[in-house]
Design a protein around this ligand. Structure first.
Ligand code: NAD
Ligand code: TYD
Length: 351
């Protein structure tokens, strides 16, 4: 079936994997990548699909109402998959307003455009909002986030995502906009910007630089391979029930320090270093303000209702990820030049 879809944030980490999957899997769809190309957006991530006849890039800032409306007018979208966001917790602590602008206002602008252009015929339309498990706050040693867990965001990032989720649900109830949402755990894989833990650690280990571990490294995250997230988004976009939220996660919890030690072992092997060499780079630094202790997702609903399950074990995914970074030196060089250095110095010099 022919469809024209707007995928926002398609030049980012997860968005580029979603675009690749959709462009390859659905040749009858026209996929419009709407992205402002902030520091986190990189068209190099899509070099392999950029010339496909069913792929179009449009540079657009989702907070710009006129530009978003013009895009809806031009393409008459059948669906939106909304990933564009400011996505890094540490940056949200440095500059919360940027997160409110893009994540809250930007989402509202998109919802409003969809409402306006779909109001006479909502049949077969769908607005999919991609969100995070961080909206649920922080767990203690036990338990999981389910779709019924009350929202309790604690960082400017998670508060802005929680707010955007509420607007999406409000448009469903108030205007009957056909929405679906998902809340996913931490992703890892190729094309991940090296401000987040795993790619930053890979980059630093490779360059024999200190690997900063916040606090005592006791915080727990639940890691999912990015291509599995993209498959889940495909499943939910096509088969999820309207108005519903689906949690996405791999039942794969790691304490930060254990994850970094495993990564050091993999890197030693890949770089031909003596066992234990990279671990010496681990440096405990001042903890993140308001650092959530533990995230863990219960993805039973998605598995039972829509049959989705993760495709690989963490060790295998981590090895694939390391291989990609070692083979894509040029990509890393491009994204770590310029503005990255300034952020890195500001973020880590005080710690
Ligand atoms: P990312 O930071 O790698 O990419 C974000 C993309 O959005 C970039 O291409 C950027 O240019 C674009 N963008 C930012 N502001 C924009 C604006 N105003 N207008 C248009 N485009 C803009 O983020 P990511 O890690 O790929 O995350 C994508 C989505 O998934 C986000 O909504 C995030 O909250 C959610 N999510 C991420 C994770 C994770 O582990 N990374 C986990 C769960 C959910
Ligand atoms: P991050 O990749 O920023 O994702 P999030 O904060 O969204 O979960 O961080 C993952 C975990 O790693 C988190 O507990 C913070 C920690 N962390 C470090 O210990 N050192 C670092 O340099 C970074 C970026 C994160």
């Amino acid at each position: 079936m022919k469809k024209t879809l707007l995928i926002t944030g398609g030049a980012g980490f997860i968005g580029s994997h979603v675009i690749r999957l959709f462009v390859n899997k659905y040749p009858a769809y026209t996929i419009v990548n709407g992205d402002a190309l902030t520091y986190a957006g990189n068209l190099e991530n899509l070099a392999d699909v950029k010339d496909r006849p069913n792929y179009i890039f449009e540079k657009v800032d989702i907070t710009d109402e006129n530009a978003v409306n013009a895009l809806f007018e031009k393409y008459q979208f059948d669906g939106v998959i909304h990933l564009a966001a400011e996505s890094h917790v540490d940056r949200s602590i440095l500059d919360p307003l940027a997160f409110i602008r893009t994540n809250v206002l930007g989402t509202a602008v998109l919802l409003n455009a969809a409402r306006k252009y779909w109001k006479d015929n909502m049949e077969n339309k769908r607005f999919y909002h991609v969100s995070t498990d961080e909206v649920f706050g922080s767990l203690g040693e036990e338990g999981f986030f389910t779709e019924e867990t009350a929202y309790d965001p604690r960082s400017p990032y998670s508060a802005s995502k929680a707010s955007s989720d509420h607007f999406v649900k409000a448009y469903y109830h108030t205007y009957h906009l056909p929405v679906v949402l998902s809340n996913c755990s931490n992703n890892y894989g190729s094309n991940h910007f090296p401000e987040k833990l795993i790619p930053l650690a890979i980059h630093n280990i490779k360059n024999n630089k200190p690997v900063p571990v916040y606090g005592k490294g006791e915080n727990v995250r639940d890691w999912l391979f990015v291509e599995d997230h993209a498959r889940a988004i495909d499943t939910i976009f096509h088969n999820g029930r309207l108005g519903e939220t689906y949690n996405i996660g791999g039942f794969n919890e790691w304490k930060n320090i254990d994850l970094i030690r495993l990564l050091c072992q993999v890197m030693d092997r890949k770089l031909g270093r003596e066992d234990g060499t990279s671990e010496k780079l681990i440096t405990f630094v001042k903890d993140r303000a308001g650092h959530d202790l533990r995230y863990a997702i219960d993805a039973t609903k998605l598995n039972k209702e829509l049959g989705w399950a993760p495709s690989l074990q963490f060790e295998e995914g981590l090895e694939k990820t390391v291989d990609w970074y070692l083979a894509n030196e040029e990509w890393l060089q491009h994204v770590t030049s310029g503005a990255y250095q300034q952020y890195y110095n500001e973020q880590y010099q005080q710690r």
